[in-house]
Design a protein around this ligand. Structure first.
Ligand SMILES: Cc1ncc(COP(=O)(O)O)c(C=O)c1O
Length: 382
């Protein structure tokens, strides 16, 4: 194998390139018609009423928490098994991040652990649909709604996944808002990009304002003329460009093909790996549809007599890229130093972390690439 097979990668074709060129030749490079078209395509795809496209998933999380106007003495609950952005958005808003441990099978936040962590200060819960598998939203909603706690789904991994009820992630059936990321390793890409879906018109208006400095031309206190606008809140420049949005609209037209190919690869991996007694393949909950973004193996490194570092290096030698998703957020130095979290606080996440390894999964992988990965993973135990 000459080429390198990374753990994740975008799939750009001529139709994507043509869509971007068309925008480059148009009158608008930012905040033009391509943004609205992309937002509309996300609404149509997910079933949400409203969508606000922004410059990345982190910005989407930041303004979705800010839009809730939560007091700075509050707490928010999320999973420690995620990318740091899922909890950083709480810190940006002066809300204390509290973690709830994961379910050992799904690696998603465990609703019973959430329940244990709820205090009168808890104002928001941010479940993450890890690797594309929907979190148990029915239970999380039940726990939080009676207490007036908001829910923001971090669906950065899960565009295209469906809950047991058959609705798509992003429809906001169980939440106030859902956040997506369009980083190149995600299901579709805009280079950098993110979006928030919601069914709440007030939140939609707030998010649009926060995306662009907190400035609006609606609901003005007075209106001296056409030049006039007001900054009604402290917002940011989190706008997506039309160049990115046109790529997104082109990509979402092909999302079903992307997901189909991902699932073919997953089936092939599962067939080959399920008999191996030194690893565990990703669990898939009955009744949900997982548009898996990552294929995470849980490997018993002692059984194969190698460390994870050795395994990653050995696979790299054969041109196979791997990654670890994720280093638990609570043991990151910032979280230890700022909030006093420590190793031992979330044992299920920590145990999972010791064994996790993501192997290549992306729609552009050829059958030959897939067989090469299978052969070399199986060959780890000699
Ligand atoms: C779970 C999760 N949340 C949020 C983000 C942040 O998204 P972005 O990289 O688009 O800012 C990521 C990105 O990897 C992620 O995996």
């Amino acid at each position: 194998m000459d080429k390198f097979i990374p753990y994740g990668k975008q799939f750009i074709d001529d139709s994507d390139i043509e869509a971007v060129i068309k925008t480059l030749k148009s009158d608008y490079l930012t905040q033009g018609p391509a943004i609205e078209e992309f937002e509309k395509s996300i609404c149509e795809y997910t079933g949400a009423k409203y969508c606000v496209a922004v410059c990345n998933g982190t910005a989407a999380l930041h303004i979705s928490v800010k839009a809730l106007d939560i007091q700075s003495t509050s707490e928010g609950i999320t999973t420690p098994n995620t990318f740091v952005a899922s909890s950083n958005c709480l810190v940006y808003n002066n809300i204390k991040p509290v973690f709830a441990d994961i379910n050992e099978k799904t690696y998603n936040i465990d609703p019973y652990e959430v329940q244990k962590r709820i205090t009168p200060k808890t104002k928001v819960i941010i479940p993450v649909h890890f690797a594309g598998q929907p979190a148990d939203m029915e239970k999380i909603e039940k726990i939080s709604r009676t207490k007036g706690i908001y829910i923001i789904e971090d669906a950065s991994h899960a565009l295209g996944s469906k809950y047991k009820c058959g609705l798509k992630v992003g429809a906001c059936k169980y939440s106030d808002m859902t956040v997506f990321s369009f980083h190149p390793v995600k299901t579709i890409t805009t280079g950098e990009g993110g979006a928030i879906t919601t069914n709440d018109e007030m939140l939609y208006k707030k998010l649009r304002m926060l995306r662009t400095h907190g400035i609006t031309k609606e609901g003005l206190s007075y209106n001296p003329g056409p030049w006039y606008y007001e900054m009604q809140d402290l917002g940011f420049n989190y706008r997506m460009t039309d160049i990115q949005a046109s790529l997104g609209t082109s990509q979402i037209k092909r999302i079903d093909d992307f997901i189909r190919r991902r699932r073919e690869i997953i089936d092939r991996y599962n067939e080959n790996f399920e008999e191996l007694d030194w690893l565990i393949i990703p669990y898939q909950e009955d009744g949900v549809f997982c548009a898996l973004h990552l294929y995470v193996l849980k490997i018993d490194f002692t059984k194969i007599g190698k460390t994870r570092k050795q395994v990653m290096e050995e696979l790299k030698e054969t041109h196979i890229g791997t990654q670890v998703h994720y280093i638990p957020v609570h043991i990151q130095p910032f979280y230890v130093n700022t909030f006093g979290y420590k190793y031992g606080d979330y044992p299920r996440t920590e145990k999972y972390y010791e064994q996790a390894l993501s192997i290549p999964l992306y729609p552009k992988m050829t059958d030959h690439d897939v067989e090469w990965v299978i052969k070399n993973i199986k060959g780890l135990k000699r």
